[in-house]
Design a protein around this ligand. Structure first.
Ligand SMILES: [Zn+2]
Length: 391
């Protein structure tokens, strides 16, 4: 082959492969614009409350704001109202109300951009009107202060989901990152699950111990979710789910949202993540009121989750976890639960919410159908919302 012919051939090959890559991203962006994208766990409200972050504008740090949700096609995020477990009793209720007020301030400031969604029909209507549909979720169960009346009032404030525990056990459920205390769910814990089923709140089993998970499945009459967990077979964190748990979740009709934290995705990062979990979970300051809020703000600033640390985890790890859930539980039982704005590192290639089309392109490349990708990106969670809330 002459040199000019060789150069021409190489140019042709590069042009064709370049076109193929571009076509894939164009298709991915179209899919993301058509799908109702659900990210089942983001911690962005902490930034609204503690940093007064204006999420209506594109922020230069962190992973989520309204422009990046739109760009990524994730129009229906679950905003977590996370209260650390060191907020005890009525203090936890007060902190939850502060977070509910913070998200209300976003709704009031940007009525043309974002709206509270309390049903599947709401989600569809709001997304159709080109707004972000905000689904509110409690993290975690200690926020109800062991009182079903408080749970019911939170539901009336528009809360539609609750993770039963966080890093520590509460008075009625064991956590995956604490010493077993109740052998799973107590009798009151089972009542909490029954009441959530009755009033249309999604039970979230991310963070609970394995025994609490199985106790929950034995009691619930509705599908449950693991809003931000990944596969323990691929990264051995207690926060991740075993294959047996994912099979059981599949039989229940539930969905696991893949967590994008490096330790959740990649075994090499897992040890570091464990140290981080233990550090967050071990704090027990003997404070109340403003002093406690100041302590929390200092802890938040010290963790500096706005600036993710380097990680070996990549977009390919996310694909591996999605593939694994599909293999073990089926494609109807996997979704996206990034944990953005609450993780210390983010996978390379999926650095923030705007990058979601890259994940869709990678799924297309792996041979996933458009219909299957749409279920993964949000259709599966929307089904659970409809089944649990009833409309
Ligand atoms: Zn969490």
């Amino acid at each position: 082959m002459t040199k000019p012919t060789c150069v021409a051939l190489l140019a042709f090959v590069f042009t064709v492969s370049g076109c193929a890559a571009e076509d894939l991203m164009t298709r991915a962006r179209r899919i993301q614009s058509e799908v109702i994208g659900v990210d089942s766990h983001i911690d962005t409200l902490q930034r609204v409350l503690m940093e007064k972050a204006d999420i209506g504008k594109r922020l230069s740090d962190g992973e989520v704001d309204l422009p990046r949700l739109r760009e990524g096609g994730m129009h229906a995020p679950f905003f977590a109202l996370w209260v650390p477990t060191f907020y005890k009793g009525a203090e936890a209720i007060r902190r939850m109300l502060d977070l509910r007020d913070a998200v209300q301030s976003v709704f009031d400031r940007y009525p043309g951009e974002i709206e509270l969604a309390t049903s599947a029909a709401d989600v569809e209507r709001i997304v159709r009107s080109h707004k972000i549909a905000a689904i509110l979720t409690l993290e975690s169960g200690h926020e109800i202060n062991d009182d079903l009346a408080v749970l019911r009032m939170f539901q009336r404030m528009g809360i539609r989901s609750m993770t039963l525990t966080h890093f520590r056990n509460n008075n009625w459920a064991d956590s995956s990152t604490d010493k077993p205390q109740h052998n799973g769910l107590t009798e009151f814990g089972k009542d909490v699950v029954r009441e959530m089923n009755r009033i249309g709140m999604i039970v979230d089993i991310s963070h609970v111990s394995d025994k609490t998970f199985y106790d929950t499945l034995a009691v619930t009459t509705k599908p449950v979710i693991a809003s931000h967990s990944s596969c323990r077979a691929l990264s051995s964190l207690p926060r991740n789910m075993t294959d047996d748990m994912m099979r059981a979740l599949g039989h229940n009709g539930g969905v696991v949202g893949i967590n994008f934290g490096g330790g959740f995705l990649n075994q090499q990062q897992a040890e570091k993540e464990l140290a981080n979990i233990n550090q967050i979970g071990s704090a027990e300051p003997n404070l109340t009121g403003k002093a406690l809020d100041d302590y929390t703000a200092a802890m938040w600033a010290k963790n500096d989750w706005r600036h993710p640390k380097p990680t070996v985890a990549t977009l390919d790890d996310v694909i591996a976890h999605i593939d694994h859930v599909v293999k073990v539980a089926g494609i109807d039982h996997v979704g996206i639960g990034s944990d953005f704005d609450g993780i210390s590192d983010v996978p390379r290639g999926l650095e923030d919410e705007s990058k979601m089309p890259a994940l869709t392109a990678a799924l297309l490349q792996r041979g996933y159908s458009e219909a299957g990708i749409k279920r993964i990106m949000g259709g599966n969670f929307l089904r659970v919302i409809r089944e649990v809330i009833g409309k």
